[in-house]
Structures are given as C-alpha cells and as structure tokens.
Design a protein around this ligand. Structure first.
Ligand code: ADP
Ligand code: MG
Length: 701
C-alpha cells in the first residue's frame, strides 16, 4: 500500500466497509434496488417483501468482508451506542452449519431492554425492546460484524433511543418546509432533508500517563491537578503545526473513518495544549449523527494503537479550554437547493428570509429547549465560562443580514454596507460574506453564510437531541407561516407583513456582539429577559413545560410520557456522574494522596532530624513539614465532609431534588477539596506526588 500514491488509494478504499448505494446497485436485483432507493429517498421503512433479498445480499457481502456476526446498532438514552452480536450461524442437518440472515432479522431485532435507561417507560416484566433498521443509514462491517443502524423502542412502542425522535423530527420538518416551498411555486421538491456537519474536539494524551490516573480512567476528566506553569495563554497551539505523533494518529484516523464511509475532512490543533479537532463534510442529520458516534468510537480505538488516549470529556483539564462540538445545521430540498443559501434571484431571497425568520422566531420561543439539548454534567463546566457560549441562547446573524432584516421590519429598501440600495423580493441581494472578520465565535447560534452553527454542544454529546429540537421548532414556525399564508390573495405583500411582524416581536434573540462579555449577560437577563439556565438541573425541567409538551405532541416527535422519561433519565445521569466523581475523589485521596503526603512529610521530617543531628540548621524542613501537615489535615477533613454529603444525597428524592443537591452540595464540596489538594501538589516533590502532573499530561505528546 505504501508504494502507491495515497491520494489515489483513498478513492479506492473510501467506503470499502459500507454496504453502500454502489454495492447495492451491483448486488441487488434491479427492482429490489429501486425499491430500496425509494425507501431511502423518502425516508420510510423497507417493505417486508424485499427485505429478504436485501438481507441475503448484505450477508453475502458481509461474509466476503470477513464478518461472522451481525448486530443491530442503536443509540439508547445513555447517549452512547449499544450493540449485541449474533452469529449468522445456524445448525444444519448432520451436524453441519449454515450461514443465514433473514429479511426479518434485518428489519427487526429483539433486545432485552431491561438494563437500558427507560425513565419508567418500561417495567422489567415487559423487558423486551425492539430495534428496527433505519434504511437511510447504511450498514457497514467493523471488527468482524455487520452493523445495522437501528432505532430502538419498547414493546409498547415508546421510543427508548435517540434516533427515532430524530427521524420523526426530520419528517415533520420536511412536511412543513415543503408547504413553504409550494407557496413559492416550487412543484419539484418532494422532500426537504436537514443536514448536519458536527465539528468534533478532543484531547490526546499519552496512554501511560492516562493509566496512571484513576480520575481519568473512571471519569474521563482530571479531578485534581495543579495549574502548570504554561497553559494556553501564548495561543501557540491553535492551528499550530501538528507534530509527527499526532499527525500519524490523524492520518490513521482519517483512513479508518474513510473506510467506514465517514467524510472526515478537516483536522487541526485547537486552542488548548493537546487539543485537536476533526470536522466531516456535512450530510443528512441522521447519518451525521451515526457517523459522529462512529467517529468518537474510532478516535478512541485508533489512539490506543498509537500509545495515546483520546479524551472526549467536555472538561478534562481545569484552567485550559474544554471540548465542544459545533453542530452546523441547514435544510436542503431534494431538488438541490440549500434553503439557507440566500440564493441569486429575488424570489430566492424572500424564500430565504422566510426560513430565516422562522428560525429566529423558533429560537426565541424555544430557547430553553436548545439550551437543554446541551445540558450535561460535563458540559456545565464550559457553558458561560468564557471558553464556550454562555448558557443564554441568542443568535448571531452578522451586520449585513441584520441590515436586511431591519429594512424588512420597517418595509424599506435595504442599503448595503457599500451604500447600494436593494428592494427585498425585487432585487438580487448582495452575497452575504461567508467568512468575514465579523464572524462571531462567541454566539451560541450563529449564521455562517449558508447554515447555522449551534455551538453549545459538549464534545461527548450525541448530536441527535439538538437536531431533533432544532428540526421540531423550525417545523412549528414554518407550519404557522404556512397556515397564515396558504390561501392568501397577495402572497408577497402578506408575507412581507408577516415577516416584519416576526422580526419586530422576536429580534431580541439576535445579538451580534461579544457573547462572553459581562455586559451581554446583564443585557440579556435584565433588559431582554432571555432565559439564563445556568446548570443542567436548571435546564432539564424545560423539557416538560406545557409549551414543550404541546410542541412535541403536535408533531408526534415525543409523547408527554416520553419527555418525562427523558428528563428523568438525564437528571439521574447528572446525579450519577457527580456521585461517581465524588467517590473517585474520595478513593484517590485515601489511597494515594494522603499516603503520599504522609510519606513526603516523613521524608522532610527525617531530613530535618538528620540535619539537626549534624548540627545544621533545619528551618525549612520544620516549616515545610508544618505546612504539609496542615494541608494534609485539611484534605482529610474536607474529604470527610464530602463523604457525608455523598451519603446525604442518597436520601434526596430522585430527580430534580437530588440533582440540585449534587450540584449545590456535592459538586461544591468537590471543588473545595480540589483546591486544597492542588495547593498541596505544588508543595510536594514531583517524585513523591502519586499522579502525573498537568505539565506531563498536556505537553508530552
Ligand atoms: P469552522 O471551524 O470555520 O466553523 P469547519 O470547516 O471546521 O468550519 O466546519 C464547518 C462545518 O460545517 C463542516 O462540517 C461543514 O461540512 C459543515 N457545513 C457546511 N455546509 C453545511 C450545510 N449546508 N449544512 C450543514 N453543515 C454544513
Ligand atoms: Mg465552527
């Protein structure tokens, strides 16, 4: 392989482990292939009559790729993926075997769902869960198994996963967006798809150092660690040249992802030391969600091959930036139009502005939902901490577009920055700059030329929840616009009036300034009255407000019971994460940190005694030993307090009360304890400290 041109090779091996359209065309009977195509295009389920033929072709292909098993691959509410593998093998006559895979096994699987979180939707006596193939997302072979991307629901039909609501939301958005396109005279589009391109941040550290830290192994982040002499203040890592070890890793990662048909495209160093980013080419949201899950998994796998460990936690290290995931989002019609592209004819502009206004209204009306889609214990470290957007949702549209909607609001001509005037809906508007200096990196929801970028997500999050919410709120606003205008006698006139009204009522969600500033916090909360849902326990109850329930039930994306279940699962997860972190801290303190402090103090004392015996003054030993002794006492005391709090937490009512207690009492105490341990670390010799330092972790790859 190494002698050939690697660029040419990519075109050969890209997607080689995917049961792709190309493979299907080659291997399926024509009519079956056409039926599958139709299914994929319209986003509906595969007809049982053809599933047998598809399953057969899939099995033959997978076996050629070395697969012995198949698995329905799904995304339970835990946010990670789940799989259970069955061999193709079936006993045959005279002790032989047959390798079989039926149509039924392809389209529907049965999984014991009793150990997946269900938020009370499923009692253990009806533990069965079903998985159903999502034929719009391709099957693939990995590690000797055929992976079939599936949705997961309970026996009674309640959704238990992240894919089903996403698929439902894509359908409703399509229906409502098509109504708008019809109003603009489009008769060709039959489906509108939503697209996503998630930029994935991650840290790479040396695997040996990782293994020496219980906190990283158990929780994915450092629970202790004194600040190193250098952090990210020199800004020398962002886009810096990529060292050999990391670039070898990235190359390997690209190759593995390309084989699985993931369009990994952009890679670079990020702001924090040891931090990097990978961005794929955007694709359908449900495929992007699957691919992002695969990307995270492969990132970890490839890292171990290189003696590295890949950290996907939102805040692995205090004092330097954590990792996020920017969700770039747009809508495209199946006749080839990006609906967020301002376009190059006047009618296109008005159509674009209609979609834009729907988004502005949706984000304003349902800001709390967007906020909660990024809520997790890990991400709470980032939002509002001047490294990621604040917990307040607002939108950035840029000066040029702001000028256009200002003009639309008051029904005037738009005057561009170079002083030309344009009549909206009559003239062709100028190109909006896609990448200008006024491009704002501090906004939670930013228009970037022909798409929106939602920047609140944490690096470990699934993108499904966010996209489900964006799709549904935009569908609702498009529905309202279509309801108002279908049957209008003066479409353009009425539309302009409606858009002006939307802008006037909802423009307070737009903020083009610095989202990290204190002035914004003050203005957003006190003047504009935008919700500031600081932490996860603040945000999650927004799932089940009457307004949210009405929205999701209207479009059958979630039932109220499903929303309640999700809220419960997420709140419980929040408490569990902090509980595990607290227990890990306690364990580390007792088993490693306090013993190390005692040993080191003893060493210092012994040196002092020895010196005194020799008649040498031992001032610093006494001082240092006293200091260490006081710090060790404090560590011991604060750990006891933490233990108390963890015990008390168990008496709280599960759900919100418990989550709040973990936030206000347990987490707060963890920070108190950490501060003392970190101070102690700076007073102990490196050889005696039981954990690899931040300097080692961040600067040795
Ligand atoms: P930046 O870091 O400047 O925001 P990147 O190039 O790293 O930009 O990432 C931009 C992401 O946006 C890519 O994943 C890209 O594929 C995606 N993107 C571009 N156009 C669209 C679109 N129409 N819909 C969804 N995502 C898009
Ligand atoms: Mg970006």
């Amino acid at each position: 392989m190494s002698e050939q041109n690697p660029a040419k090779l990519v075109t050969e091996y890209f997607g080689c482990n995917v049961f792709s359209d190309k493979v299907m065309r080659e291997r399926l009977p024509k009519d079956v292939y056409r039926a599958v195509r139709r299914t994929k295009k319209l986003g509906c389920a595969l007809a049982p009559e053809i599933s047998g033929a598809v399953a057969h072709a899939m099995k033959e292909w997978a076996i050629e790729k070395g697969a012995t098993h198949y698995t329905h691959w799904f995304q339970p509410m835990t946010g990670v993926t789940a799989e259970k593998h069955d061999a193709f093998l079936n006993p045959a006559e005279r002790g032989g075997i047959l390798l079989e895979f039926s149509g039924k096994e392809l389209i529907k699987g049965e999984a014991d769902a009793s150990s997946f979180p269900s938020g009370g939707l499923r009692s253990t006596f009806e533990a069965r869960g079903y998985t159903a193939w999502d034929p719009t997302s391709n099957a693939f072979v990995k590690d000797g198994s055929l992976y079939i991307p599936t949705a997961f629901s309970s026996y009674t039909g309640d959704t238990l996963d992240k894919k089903t609501p996403l698929l439902r939301s894509m359908d409703v958005l399509s229906q409502q967006a098509l109504r708008i396109l019809r109003l603009f005279g489009n008769t060709t589009a039959t489906r509108v798809i939503t697209t996503a391109g998630p930029e994935q941040e991650y840290f790479l550290i040396d695997k040996k150092l990782f293994e020496a830290r219980e906190d990283l192994i158990i929780t994915g982040r450092t629970l202790f660690g004194a600040k190193p002499p250098k952090g990210q203040e020199l800004e020398d890592h962002y886009y810096g040249n990529i060292n050999k070890r990391v670039s070898d890793y990235m190359k390997d990662l690209d190759e593995e992802l390309w084989k699985l048909g993931v369009y990994a495209k952009t890679k670079h160093n990020e702001v924090a030391p040891a931090q990097h980013e990978l961005a794929p080419v955007f694709t359908n949201t449900n495929i992007a969600a699957d691919h992002n899950q695969l990307t995270m998994e492969i990132m970890k796998k490839v890292a171990t091959k290189h003696g590295l460990y890949c950290l996907l936690h939102e805040k692995p290290f205090a004092g330097v930036n954590g990792s996020g995931k920017h969700n770039n989002w747009s809508m495209a019609s199946n006749d080839g139009q990006n609906l967020l592209d301002p376009g190059d004819c006047p009618q296109d502009n008005l159509q674009f502005l209609t979609f834009l206004c729907a988004i502005i209204k949706g984000v304003h009306e349902y800001a709390p939902l967007l906020r909660l889609s990024a809520a997790s214990a890990g991400n709470d470290h980032r939002l509002g901490a001047n490294e990621a957007p604040p917990a307040i949702v607002s939108m950035f549209i840029g000066t040029e577009l702001q000028g256009v909607i200002d003009a639309l609001e008051v029904g005037e001509k738009y005057r561009s920055t170079d002083d030309k005037t344009f009549e909206i809906g009559v003239d062709v508007l100028p190109d909006f700059p896609k990448d200008t200096t006024d491009r704002n990196r501090t906004s939670p929801f930013a228009f970037t030329g022909n798409k929106f970028e939602f920047r609140m997500l944490g690096s470990a999050d699934s993108i499904s929840c966010t996209n489900t919410i964006i799709n549904t709120i935009v569908a609702e606003e498009l529905c309202q616009i279509a309801d108002a205008l279908e049957g209008s006698q003066d479409f353009t006139g009425d539309l302009k009036k409606l858009l002006a009204k939307i802008i006037s009522e909802h423009k307070s969600i737009i903020y083009n300034g610095n989202g990290y500033s204190d002035e914004w916090l003050d203005e957003a909360v006190n003047v504009r009255h935008l919700p500031n849902l600081v932490s996860t326990p603040d945000a999650l109850p927004e799932y089940i407000t009457p307004k949210s329930v009405a929205l999701f039930e209207k479009f059958k994306v979630y039932t109220e019971a499903e929303l309640r279940a999700r809220t419960e699962v997420l709140l419980e997860n929040y408490s569990k994460v902090i509980n595990i972190e607290a227990l890990t801290m306690i364990d580390m303190v007792k088993k490693k940190i306090v013993p190390a402090c005692l040993d080191y103090t003893k060493k210092v004392c012994e040196t002092g005694t020895l010196k005194r015996e020799l008649g040498i003054s031992s001032g610093i030993e006494t001082e240092l030993a006293a200091k260490l002794s006081a710090l060790t006492d404090a560590i011991y005391r604060e750990t006891a307090v933490l233990e108390e709090k963890v015990i008390t937490a168990q008496d709280k009512n599960a759900g919100l009360e418990m989550a709040r207690f973990y936030r206000d009492e347990v987490f707060a105490q963890m920070q108190t304890l950490r501060a003392i341990v970190d101070e102690t670390e700076t007073n102990v010799s490196e050889d005696s400290w039981p954990l690899p330092s931040y300097s080692k972790l961040l600067f040795t790859v």
